[in-house]
Structures are given as structure tokens and as C-alpha cells.
Design a protein around this ligand. Structure first.
Ligand SMILES: [Zn+2]
Length: 198
């Protein structure tokens, strides 16, 4: 229940903390920025809440979220793909696959209209390994952000259980009313269950 704002605040704190710790341990700015980029991407565009088609993280994608429809169908909200590292890897591979397919499509299209574009990224092997290390930094940042998200989800659920049932029900009714007013269900589809909202 921390919601998008709660998760964003927590991950911003993680970003600031990571920057501070890494710098004080003498890491280069390049490494720090790569890790920070991973945290930012995982918080804003590749959040674990991408398994919920109506989530705020999803809305940020605008019409592009059609690409995420299969993912949100395959992954149940707060199921296995909410777990850090596993979920992180699956989401990043999902995007990599999409980008690869787009690249193949464009290549095919360019060839049809007779345009010759050199898509070969082949460089020095050393260069490739050197740059791949930055990708490791980015991924580690993303894992850090996803772990924070996961822990916050669990803590907030535990805290919620401590609240007396009567108050909880009242809040749930309030939240559902708000949701019903603010959102319209997609055509031919039922509301997502209360459980799914958390
Ligand atoms: Zn979540």
C-alpha cells in the first residue's frame, strides 16, 4: 500500500544514500552515475508494479504500455516477479527482447526501402567488456531499487495488519470509493480485486 509516491520517496533516499556511500569509498563518478541510473530506471519506468496494468508506473508509459500488456497478463500482481533480482532480470530481459525485435524490424524495413544502415556495433573486444561493466553497475542499482520496493511492500502489509479491523475496513471502503470515482474499468473487464490494489 505504500503506493507510487511512497516507493518514489524511499528510492530517492536510496539513490542519495548510495551516491554518498560510493563516493566516500572512492568509486568513480562514472560508476556512481551508472548505479544511480539503474535505481532511477527501476523506480520510474521498470518498477515491480509493472505487473499491474492499471498502476501509476504503467501510466507513465502512455500508449507505449501496450507493450507491457503481455507482461502484466503473465505476471500476477505481487507474485514471484515482485521478488528482486528474479523480477529485475525478467523485466530487463523483457525490454531487451522488445528493443532487439524493434531493431530487427527496422533493419528489415530499411532494407525494403533500399536504405543501407550499418547496425554493426562491433568494436574492440576490450571496449565491449569495459562498457559491459557499466551495465553491471546499472543492473546492481536496479536490484537495489527493487529490493527497497519489495521490503517496503512487505513492511506496509505487516503494519496494516496491526491496525484494528474496524478502522481498516473503513479505510478500504474510502480507498475503493476513491478508486471507483477516479478510474474507469477497461472495456469488458472487471475491476481488479481489492487485494490487487495493495
Ligand atoms: Zn509493489
Amino acid at each position: 500500500m505504500p503506493g507510487f509516491v511512497g516507493h518514489t520517496i524511499a528510492n530517492t533516499a536510496v539513490l542519495a544514500g548510495t551516491t554518498f556511500v560510493m563516493r566516500s569509498q572512492g568509486w568513480s563518478w562514472q560508476d556512481v552515475i551508472a548505479v544511480d541510473a539503474g535505481i532511477a530506471i527501476a523506480s520510474l519506468v521498470l518498477s515491480p508494479d509493472m505487473d499491474l496494468f492499471n498502476s501509476k508506473s504503467m501510466k507513465g508509459w502512455g500508449w507505449l504500455r501496450v507493450f507491457w500488456w503481455p507482461y502484466s497478463k503473465l505476471a500476477k500482481h505481487r507474485d514471484r516477479l515482485h521478488i528482486p533480482i528474479l523480477g529485475t532480470a525478467v523485466r530487463w530481459l523483457y525490454v531487451a527482447t522488445l528493443l532487439f525485435l524493434l531493431l530487427v524490424l527496422f533493419r528489415f524495413w530499411f532494407r525494403r526501402i533500399g536504405l543501407s544502415v550499418d547496425f554493426d556495433f562491433a568494436g574492440d573486444t576490450d571496449d565491449i567488456i569495459y562498457n559491459a561493466l557499466y551495465l553491471v553497475d546499472v543492473f546492481l542499482g536496479a536490484v537495489l531499487a527493487d529490493t527497497t520496493h519489495y521490503v517496503l511492500d512487505i513492511i506496509s502489509t505487516k503494519l496494516k495488519r496491526l491496525v484494528p479491523r474496524r478502522l481498516r475496513d473503513r479505510y478500504d471502503r474510502y480507498a475503493q470509493n476513491h478508486y471507483d470515482r477516479e478510474h474507469r474499468p477497461p472495456r469488458g473487464r472487471a475491476w481488479i480485486s481489492e487485494e490487487g490494489q495493495r
